[in-house]
Write a protein that binds this ligand. Structure first.
Ligand code: CP
Length: 307
């Protein structure tokens, strides 16, 4: 495995995370450069994406590199039966870095075992989404001025939502209080509750998304119910609209409270929230370009401050 790969958020120490956030801040101030002159980045998306793929590709383009890849595996030789191993080995012949999203949990980790080219996991099934976590942390830092000691409420699909799994893991370094608001069928997996216990993190699990929890939150992290992960369509129908945040629900929220969502949204946030000063999800997505510039340069061993 190339040690510069980023497969899961727990590949990063607290110091690594803080250094990446510093680098992200640098790129927000200096988005355009020639740091990637002569470099080629492959983006292999075996699952749909808007933000992750386009922000990775924007990041590369703004750094002066070039992008190859596919956004639909049906247009690749995967559709002819090529294995993931062979696809990764082939693309390693062409690119300096591989960014990949795959529907199988562990696919990115597997990819690191068949190539020395660095791999960045852009989401593997319901497992992990570490680059999303870096932009989430940056968004939290920008809006709150700190990462330590925040009350963070996660709402919706905590079972299949890979972004919340990665974010809980990263936040273990920063002493949050978590509220996990979810239907029983979409509960946070036990391994993440255990991770909280192991790290002395206070957490509460509840079904009610009420004024009490909204008004004590610094961050409300809404999530989409991940229809594509359900084996039983009826089970999805039962829970798909379990939580919707509306503008009238945040009238008495703390001044500093901000609403995050990895997006895409379906019904989780009513459009009347978009015009409030609490909505931060579109800026959050823009932060993805800078966070991914930080991740890409780190993966390629390029230090922007030493060029
Ligand atoms: N947040 C996120 O992963 O969005 P996309 O699925 O559009 O990439």
């Amino acid at each position: 495995m190339n040690p510069n790969s980023l497969v899961a958020i727990n590949d990063l120490s607290r110091e690594d995370i803080l250094a990446l956030l510093d680098r992200t801040r640098y790129f927000e101030g200096h988005p355009n450069s020639h740091l990637l002159d002569g470099k080629i980045v492959a983006t292999l998306f075996f699952e749909p994406s808007t933000r992750t793929r386009l922000s990775f590709e924007t990041a590369v383009n703004r750094l002066g590199g070039r992008v190859i890849g596919f956004s639909d595996a049906a247009t690749s030789s995967t559709s002819k039966g090529e294995t993931l191993k062979d696809t990764i080995k082939m693309v390693s012949n062409y690119a300096d870095l591989i960014v990949m999203r795959h529907f199988i949990e562990g696919a990115a980790e597997y990819a690191t075992s068949v190539t020395q080219t660095p791999i960045v996991n852009a989401g593997d099934g319901a497992n992990q989404h570490p680059s999303q976590t870096m932009l989430d942390l940056y968004s939290i830092l920008k809006t709150q001025g700190k990462l330590e000691g925040l009350t963070i409420t996660m709402v919706g699909d905590l079972k299949y939502g890979r972004t919340v799994h990665s974010l809980v893991t990263a936040m273990r370094f920063f002493k949050p209080v978590f509220y996990f608001v979810c239907d029983d069928e979409l509960a946070m997996p036990e391994q993440y509750l255990q991770l909280c216990r192991d790290n002395g993190i206070e957490f509460h699990v509840q079904r009610e998304f009420d004024q009490d929890v909204i008004n004590k939150s610094d961050i409300i992290y809404m999530t989409r119910v991940q229809r594509e992960r359900f084996k039983d369509p009826e089970a999805y129908e039962r829970v798909k609209d379990c939580y919707t945040l509306r503008a009238d629900m945040i009238m008495n929220a703390k001044d500093n409270m901000r609403i995050l969502h990895p997006l895409p949204r379906v019904n989780e946030i009513a459009e009347d929230v978009d015009d409030t000063d609490k909505a931060y999800y579109f800026e959050q997505a823009r932060n993805g370009v800078y966070a991914r510039q930080a991740i890409i340069t780190r993966a390629l061993g390029i230090d922007p401050l030493k060029q």
